[in-house]
Design a binder for this molecule. Structure first.
Ligand SMILES: [Zn+2]
Ligand SMILES: [Zn+2]
Length: 190
């Protein structure tokens, strides 16, 4: 099991992801227009996205992620009222993670917030390269899929149920005991 160092680009926000193994979560890449819009809003396309507009995400549980420094810089937004809550560091506009809500243990940590020497060894191979209908150019990744493939969706749903039973939605770095977000999300397309 690994503890992964988490860090925004300027280093003001730092944290850790605990008890991570290639089996403990899902390493995926997402090319969807929402993930691209989020990174564009932060002005970080050139740094964060790959050549196809993809973002690499590690899906894990909220209680495995700790923020140790720079709490004041942790902000959030939603692209629409119903969408994912997207967390970022406002010191340097580094994308941090996505959450669904306080009650669901799910968290998708952006690669831009991780400091990992060997991603494949630590997180395992990319399980799916998703949402290529929104990708730039022709994607040749062997795990390329339109939308999210059922296998990965089923796997993450099963993990969310297990994590929920284990109480892994708390403690969360982004929600207090009452489920209130540490920073109220701005809604971009209200
Ligand atoms: Zn920063
Ligand atoms: Zn996406």
């Amino acid at each position: 099991m690994s503890t992964i160092a988490l860090k925004c680009e300027c280093g003001a926000v730092q944290g850790r992801a605990l008890n991570i193994t290639p089996q403990s979560g899902n390493r995926v890449a997402c090319c969807c227009s929402d993930c691209q819009a989020f990174v564009d809003y932060l002005g970080r396309r050139a740094v964060v996205l790959d050549a196809h507009g993809g973002t690499e995400i590690y899906q894990t549980s909220q209680s495995q992620v700790k923020i140790d420094t720079g709490h004041d810089h942790v902000k959030s937004l939603k692209l629409s009222p119903k969408g994912l809550v997207r967390w970022y560091a406002d010191c340097c506009n580094t994308p941090i993670a996505n959450t669904m809500s306080a009650g669901l243990p799910f968290m998708g940590v952006f690669h831009s917030f991780t400091d990992i020497e060997d991603r494949k060894k630590t997180l395992g191979p990319i399980r799916a390269y998703c949402q290529i209908q929104d990708a730039i150019g022709t994607v040749t990744h062997p795990k390329a899929h339109k939308k999210f493939p059922l296998g990965i969706t089923g796997r993450i749903l099963r993990q969310i149920v297990t994590w929920k039973i284990q109480g892994k939605n708390t403690p969360s770095p982004f929600y207090d005991e009452d489920g209130k977000p540490v920073s109220e999300p701005d809604i971009l397309n209200a």
